[in-house]
Structures are given as C-alpha cells and as structure tokens.
Design a protein around this ligand. Sequence first.
Ligand code: SF4
Length: 420
Amino acid sequence: MPTGDGLLARVHPPLGMLSLDQARAVAQGARLFGNGHLDITARANLQIRGVTETTRAPLARLLTEAGLGDRRADGGPQRLTLSQPLAGYDLAELIDVPALARAIEAAALNIPELPAKTLVVVEGRPDATLPDADCIVVARDRARVEIAIAAAADWQTVLTCVLENAPAILTALLNAFARTGRRRMRDLSDDERARLATTLRASGLAGSPCPSRGRGVVPFAPAAGLRTRPDLQILALDAPFGRCTADSLDRVVSAAQTIGADAIRLSPARGFVLLAPANAPAAAIMAELASEFIVAPDDPRRSVDACTGAPGCASGSTPTLADAACVAEMFRPLAQQGWTAHVSGCAKGCARPGPADLTLVGTQGRYGIVIGGAPGDEPTLHLPIEAVLDRLGRAKTVGLAAAFAPNMARPNTGRDGRPA
Ligand code: SF4
C-alpha cells in the first residue's frame, strides 16, 4: 500500500501473537527492507513502513520464512479474529478464547469474496467493552456464546449457541455476508440483515434468539503498566501514538527473553503485552523500556491519537507525531479528567475517524480546531501549533470550548500555561 514514506507492508500475526524469532524477523525486515519504523494497529497487527518496489519481494520472503506471510492472495482478510492480549490467561474468561478464535480462523478465513477488513471479535468476558468489528462472539456462560453483528450504532444480536457450534454458524453468517457485496456489516440494510438471519435458520444451524447484551464495562485491552498476580506478571507497553522502531522492537524481544516470556502479544491499545513468571525482574524491565514506550496508565499520550502526518504521509502538511507529543504534555490535566484529543494530518482522520473532545486537523501547515467533533467536521478556527499549545495552557482553568473560542484573544502565556 503506497504512503508518503513509501509502501506499507502489513503483517498479520496469527491470533495477534509473535514468537520471539518472529518478532526478531519483523524488526530485521523493517530495518533491512523498510525505513526502520513500525506501526502497531488497533487490530493488533503490524505495519512496516518505507518499503520500496525493490525491497517488497525480499521482505515478503523473509516474513513468509518466519511464518508471517499472507494467507490468501485474492484481496480477502489475512486474519479474521481479534481477541484481547490476555486471552487464555484472564481469570475472568468463561471460555477458551484462543481455541475458539483458532477454530473460527480455520473454518471461515478463506470464504470467497469476504471483504478484506472483515473482523470478528472473540471475547470470553461477558462484561468486556468491545472494539469496532463486524461480528462479535462473546461468552454468555461456560457453554454458550452470543453471536452479534454490527448495526449502525450498536450490536444486533443474532443468536446464542453452544460453543462447539459457533465456528460453523460464523462461517454460514460470513458466507451470507460475503454474498451481499457489502464491505462492512454495519452497512447492511434492514432487508439484508433479515435475509442473513433467514439464511442461518435455513441452514439448520441457528441457536436460540436472545436479548442484546448490555454495554460492557471492563476494558478490552489492559492499560499500560505492570500488574502482578500470584502466578503471573503482566507487562503492558503502549507504543506512543502506535509507532515504534525496529530497534525498539528488538529491545522488547530482549526484555521478553530476560523475564522468560515466550511470546510477544500485540495489543489493540497499540502496544505489546508480555507475560512473565511471578519471580521475573519485571519492574526493572519496565523501567528500562520507559524511554521508548508508555509504561504507566496515566501517561497523557494514551489520551491523544495521532496519524503519521508530514513528512511520512504525502497528504499531511504538519508534523503530527511531534506536535502530538507537545499536545499530550499540555493535555495532561484534561486527560486526567478523561478527555481525549486527536492530532490528524488531514480531514481523512486515519488514526481516529470518530470524534474526540479536541480534534486538530492539519491544513496548509496549521491546525483546524474541532471541539467535540471528528476530523471531517468544519473547524471553528485555524491556528499554528504554538497558538494551540498556548490555548491548551488556558483550557485547564477555563475549559476546552472557552479556550478555543474563535473570539478569544491569544493568551499571553507560555507553553506551560504560566504567564509568558
Ligand atoms: S489522516 Fe491524512 S495526513 Fe494523516 S495519515 Fe491519514 S491521509 Fe495521511
């Protein structure tokens, strides 16, 4: 896929996990055949940046030899399921999530005409919040799961079924979806949804109808930081704005070796999760990695999304990643109150298509200001980054909307919010 810094090579680790050898291969591939930069996506995949027409073939060979090559060549999905990074180790799970995800991948990944972005979330905790997807398969109890499809604003439950039948039912559902020609489940019309349910009934695979699940409350992915259990230590490292370097990934591999972790789990929080024995030196490892990764849940960068922007993306005119780091520092008091910000290089909004409390949209070297909206919304004013930071310094006392009011005079403060 072409971008401002060359081609982008997507790596889809099965079940979102890399062996240490595979992680080393990805780092080597990014260094030798890309520009040494990697993205970790919200679907727990990796992207190697800066690949060229000359390097794409040797990179593909290296990844295939590492067991990370593409699984289909017809434009369909390379990976179908997403589950939380602690799947199989979370004490609140009611079912064997990795086994179910594996069975769904085996049964349904190669469905012809399945759109490339089709995603099935498999979750073992009934009360977990769920990321955006086409279908969800969520444990109702230890023997039954609920299957639901994405509707315009929420999930529409299709049925509940016994665990063993879920892969076959999902396969029938996704086959019927592929025949609609739609790209995402949420785009289906009411008639198409009704026909999907009819298809399932006709297949004889239908389970029982059931009411929709309530909204989840437990975070899908663990927040950055170190958690200890009597049997296990959980190290969650978020990559700032979802980016890291090949060298940083190598350091995660070395850290995994040191603490006895045999795999690197990719997190939809756009980072890595390592599982270590209870007696491993995990705290020291977290301290070592703190210069490159987010290692604390209150780090304000966790509340700020940013895309590649300039110079990496040809559509950007502002250095979004560098600006986002400055925005995050000034945003700290607001992040502590649960507010979110998004620094987008243009109105496309790759990093966060939906709304944030503060969205900055790059245009001609300045930022359009959108309060409580999405990158495609009309900005209320345009400011250079220095003025954005000045106003953010005021926002902690007067609030975001007042600080970015179009008629507010440029405050006479420095970047730290104190009088200049
Ligand atoms: S939002 Fe715009 S500038 Fe940012 S990565 Fe996407 S296309 Fe590029």
